[in-house]
Design a protein around this ligand. Structure first.
Ligand SMILES: [Zn+2]
Ligand SMILES: [Zn+2]
Length: 258
């Protein structure tokens, strides 16, 4: 008896949070026009700089990844091998993961400000940075999809952060957006430790709706997410895209690697 009441209260709380986030977002953008000042140093931006929300100087000092990384998952390598121990013992189901930046400095700030809803417009900047990097990779994927957020997170934020980025990314790259992972059930992962995440990720995604298989079957897909940590989530998504939908290849693109 007590459980439905508890759930109702939780939904009410989340609905109110989504409502409040909407108001907060509008108020914020009214007082702080998007991309008016540099997100990092606060300097007023020129017309040219506004597209990135960063002044030229801050943009030139972005934390690009320059160290040697695992050729599959992108983890920092110290030894003489080009594949990390994890990928050697258990090769990932995605074909390769790419990230232009380390999860630090202004990149971390951009991701957090965007996801917190304080700077909702930043999906455009993230998409532009991702598109620029993707175009330099010559991957020629057939379509782009993204890692979906759990429902409670979407309600709390008032928006699906990866979806907005993927749609904007599509404008810059010409890739069609497909939604094969949209109908999945995904548990809250943030409060778990890495070991718990790895343990729980197996079977964590359950397909609930049908998806037009021909959009993925035999295709080379690009999977977008914001930050890659252990890679367990994108690996599970890649597994689903390949095993259930017949995708031929899955490449992962995240803005940052932690
Ligand atoms: Zn700056
Ligand atoms: Zn690896």
């Amino acid at each position: 008896m007590g459980k439905p009441e508890k759930n109702k209260a939780a939904v009410r709380k989340l609905t109110f949070a989504a409502f409040w986030n909407g108001i907060r977002e509008n108020l914020f953008s009214a007082f702080f026009p998007e991309a008016y000042v540099c997100l990092d140093c606060g300097k007023e931006l020129t017309d040219k700089e506004r597209g990135f929300s960063l002044c030229d100087s801050c943009r030139s000092s972005l934390p690009y990844i320059t160290v040697t990384r695992c050729r599959f998952c992108g983890e920092v390598l110290e030894g003489k091998y080009d594949v990390c121990a994890r990928c050697q013992s258990c090769p990932p189901r995605y074909d390769k993961a790419f990230s232009p930046f380390s999860y630090e400095g202004v990149i971390r700030k951009i991701i957090l400000s965007y996801k917190d809803g304080n700077a909702n417009y930043l999906y455009q900047n993230i998409a532009r940075l991702l598109a620029g990097y993707y175009n330099s990779l010559n991957l020629s994927c057939d379509a782009v999809c993204y890692v979906p957020s759990p429902r409670d997170r979407i309600l709390r934020r008032g928006f699906e952060h990866n979806r907005k980025v993927a749609k904007e990314f599509a404008k810059w790259t010409g890739l069609p957006v497909i939604y094969p992972l949209e109908a999945l059930k995904r548990p809250d992962q943030t409060k778990k430790t890495r070991e718990e995440r790895l343990k729980n990720i197996q079977g964590a995604f359950v397909r609930k709706q049908e998806f037009p298989r021909e959009q993925a079957q035999g295709k080379k897909l690009l999977l977008i997410d914001d930050v890659m940590t252990t890679g367990a989530t994108v690996n599970e998504c890649a597994k689903l895209l390949k095993d259930h939908l017949g995708a031929a290849e899955v490449f992962v693109l995240t803005l940052a690697r932690s």
